[in-house]
Structures are given as C-alpha cells and as structure tokens.
Design a protein around this ligand. Structure first.
Ligand SMILES: [Zn+2]
Length: 469
C-alpha cells in the first residue's frame, strides 16, 4: 500500500519552520512554496521499513537511538532531505529514486543525522532571531541613522528614527549571513556523517558521490533552483574536504550488501510505479527487464491502470519468486480490494500481516477490506484490527475513517462519531472534527474514556499555521 496523505501534526510542524527556512534561503523553492497546502506525506510499510533499517545503525552511532527519530517521506519528486524539528528526518521520494545504491541515500541520512546530533536546528533558530536585529541594523545603515546613533552614543534613538527606512539590502544581507553560517554546519554535518558511517562499518563513498553530483550539476543548473542546494550549500571546497575525509575511511571501497541493494531496487521500482506516469514507468522498466524490480514495477502499473486479472497474474509470479515477501501479498490484497473484490482481499492481507509482523498500515488495509465486504460477520474482527492499528499508528486518518464505518455498522454511534472526529482532526478539518466530537460527547456517559477523548478534540486548539474554522 502506498498512500499519499497529509499528516496533520507533521504538516503543522513543518509549516511552522518553513517560514524561517524561506527567509534563510530566499528565493523560495517551489517545493517550499507549496507547503502552505500542507505537505503530502507518502506512507508505505515497505519503504518506511527500509528507511528505518538504513537509519537505525547511524542513529545508534550518533547516540540518538532513544530519541525515536522518524524518517518521513515527502511527496516531492525533486531531490531533497532535511531536518526540521529535531525529531524527524524528511526525505523527498525524489531523493530515494535518485539514489542508485543504499549507500548513497544512507550517506544523505548520515549527513542529516549530523545536523540532528549537532543541534543545528536550534542554532538556525537562534540565528534567525539574530537576523531580526541585523535587519534593523541594516535599515539603520541604509538611513544613515546608525552613524547618527553611534555618534550620539545612543543607538536607541537611532532605531526609533529609522522606522520607515526600508531598503533593498537587508534581505540579501540576512540571506548571506545565514548561508555562510550554514556552510559551517554543513561541514560539521559532513564530518559527523562520515564518523557515523565509519562507526557502523559503512562506506562514505555514497555520501560523497551524492554531494559531488550536486556540485557538478550546480555548474549548469540555474542558480538557486535546486532545493537541496538551497538547504545544503555545497561550495567546491566543502566537497573537496569531504572527499579527503571520505577517502581516508577504511570502508571507502566497501560495497552494499546485495540483499539490501535488492530491497533498495524494489523500493525504487514501487515508488516509480505509484508516483510516475505510466509511460515513464515502462521506459524505466521495459518488458525486456525481467528482473524482480522490473516485474514489480510493471505489476503495480498494470493494477493501477486497469487490468486487474493481468495484474494478479503478474503478482502471483512475484509471489512464486519470493513466497515470504509480505509486500507482494499486500499488493495482491490492495489490487483485489480496489478492484471491487474485498472478500478475496482478506486472505492475502492476513498473509501480509503475518509476514510483516503486523504492520499497522497493512492492518488498516485489512480493516478496510473487512468493512468493504459489507458482511456483519466481519465487523468485530475489523474493529479489533483497526483499533490495534490506530494504537500504534495514530497519525493516519485512514484507520479512524474505517473504524468509524465499522462502528457505524455495529450501531455504536458514539464510537463511530468519535472515530470520525479523530479522522477529521488528523486531516486538519477542525470544524468537522469539533462538530462530530461534540455529538460524540452527547452519546457517551460523562467521564468515560470515549467522552474524555471527544472532549479533548472539542477543546483542542488549532495548531500554528492552521485555520481555526
Ligand atoms: Zn546539510
């Protein structure tokens, strides 16, 4: 299952930081400009599990294993990766697609972990607070009032006099100050990243290759057009010192484990098939490509673009090749569910759950299939599975939306209203969330757990950057 959804909490945190980053790296990239709509997040168990496996050793080497740091995949095709709130590493799906080896994306993740470990975000915020003062100083300079203030020994009067003296210079000055500050951070993050890779017995070559690629591309690309270059300034001397550092690693020539490379290629095939145009998918994975990733991409493209039976034949071929691959059964279940055969989707989804150690997003898909059968005999199982899913994956509205339908089918309207309210809340629809939660409160006995949860939603304040309607 690959979902594109806006996660409310993540969205709001990112939006809050976006204003700051946009100031730091004007002109704003198109990716950042779009974030007012809330960044759509891609959810997929297979890709997320792979990214967890990539980051876990690095986070441990950085001493951050207890921070519960998540990697969040953003629905953006351009290459970018960044940290925004100290708890999450954001990676565009474009960065995953453009990384040909696990080592390349692991290198980027190690560099971002270097930013996290170095507390660079806090420093950036501090720097922005200072930028406010610098803007004032620049305005004073523009008005010549700074000189006057300095002469009189009273800068306050200068500040007061310069109120209307806006000049073109300050924004550019702030931008340059912040970027030069970031350069130091970049070098520190490079050094930390290489250290983490060495500590975990991994090569820093992929990290170097990625950053080198950006330096050479930037010679041709329009200046400032690339969001990754904007957030990670890469002057030639930085890349040169990274190269020196990286080549000194005892693991420089170490290759990725072939099994990990295969998982990486499967992940890229899946992202291509779900996210790219059909003709692009077939250009990347033509019929002549009989590798497992090639077959995976075409099976997904076939199910997405209409022919269910043909897709099922292709998926069965994949299952034959890897009978213990949870994601092939998940795909079979998803194809059947979306093809209008929810009853047939149940068995493969049960199998996918067993093989994936009960992945919550797959539980949600199974819950959805059970609800879609329209068979009351499945209702209790649907509720149990969906409750288990939302208890571990509380930010995905799909689970609550399906739970609401299951409760509705049982005639439990209090729980149905509460679950609908939770789904609306996670979608960022505050008004609907409040209305449904208010109604749920009237259906629960006062003080019961359901009433308390509903009351929390009724009294929840909108997050920064969100409309209160
Ligand atoms: Zn960086």
């Amino acid at each position: 299952m690959l979902l594109r959804i806006a996660l409310r909490k993540k969205a709001s945190k990112l939006t809050a930081v976006t204003a700051a980053v946009a100031l730091a790296i004007a002109p704003m990239s198109s990716a950042l400009a779009q974030q007012n709509k809330g960044p759509p997040v891609i959810r997929d168990t297979e890709a997320e599990q792979l990214l967890r496996d990539y980051t876990r050793p690095v986070l441990r080497a950085a001493g951050l294993e207890k921070q519960n740091i998540q990697v969040v995949i953003l629905n953006e095709s351009v290459f970018n990766a960044f940290v925004a709130d100290g708890r999450r590493i954001f990676v565009n799906y474009g960065a995953m697609m453009q990384s040909e080896t696990p080592n390349q994306i692991i290198g980027v993740l190690a560099h971002e972990t270097g930013h996290l470990a170095g507390g660079h975000l806090a420093k950036l915020r501090e720097q922005l607070a200072r930028a406010q003062t610098q803007m004032i100083i620049a305005m004073l300079l523009g008005a010549g009032a700074m000189v006057a203030g300095a002469r009189s020994g009273n800068s306050n009067s200068g500040l007061a006099n310069a109120g209307a003296a806006a000049v073109a210079g300050p924004q550019e000055m702030i931008r340059r100050t912040l970027i030069s500050y970031q350069r130091q951070q970049e070098e520190n993050a490079d050094r930390a990243g290489v250290k983490f890779l060495t500590a975990t017995g991994q090569s820093p070559k992929g990290m170097y290759e990625t950053f080198k690629r950006f330096t050479s591309e930037s010679l041709f690309a329009a200046r400032g057009a690339d969001p990754y270059l904007q957030s990670h300034p890469m002057p030639a001397d930085r890349v040169a010192s990274l190269e020196e550092l990286a080549r000194a690693s005892p693991y420089w020539d170490k290759k990725d484990d072939p099994a990990l490379q295969m998982r990486h290629d499967m992940m890229r095939a899946k992202i291509s098939a779900f996210m790219e145009r059909q003709d692009t998918v077939y250009r990347r994975y033509p019929l002549s490509n009989t590798s497992l990733p090639g077959r995976y991409a075409r099976a997904i493209a076939t199910y997405l673009h209409g022919d269910l039976n043909n897709a099922l034949t292709q998926i069965d071929g994949l299952i034959q090749a890897q009978p213990n691959n949870a994601y092939f059964y998940e795909l079979r279940g998803q194809a059947l569910l979306e093809g209008g055969r929810p009853n047939d989707a149940i068995a493969p989804l049960h199998k996918a759950l067993a093989l994936s150690n009960n992945a919550p997003l797959i539980e949600m898909l199974l819950g959805q299939a059970l609800v879609a059968t329209d068979n009351k005999a499945h209702t209790d199982e649907a509720i149990a599975i969906l409750r288990a899913a939302v208890s571990r994956e509380s930010e995905a509205p799909l689970g609550y939306a399906q739970l609401a339908m299951a409760y509705g089918r049982k005639g439990d309207y209090a729980e149905a209203d509460l679950a609908s309210a939770q789904a609306a809340y996670l979608r960022g629809d505050n008004k609907t969330a409040r209305d449904l939660a208010s109604r749920a409160k009237t259906r629960f006995a006062v003080g019961t757990p359901g009433w308390v949860k509903a009351d929390d939603i009724v009294s929840a304040k909108p997050m920064p950057g969100q409309k209160s309607n």
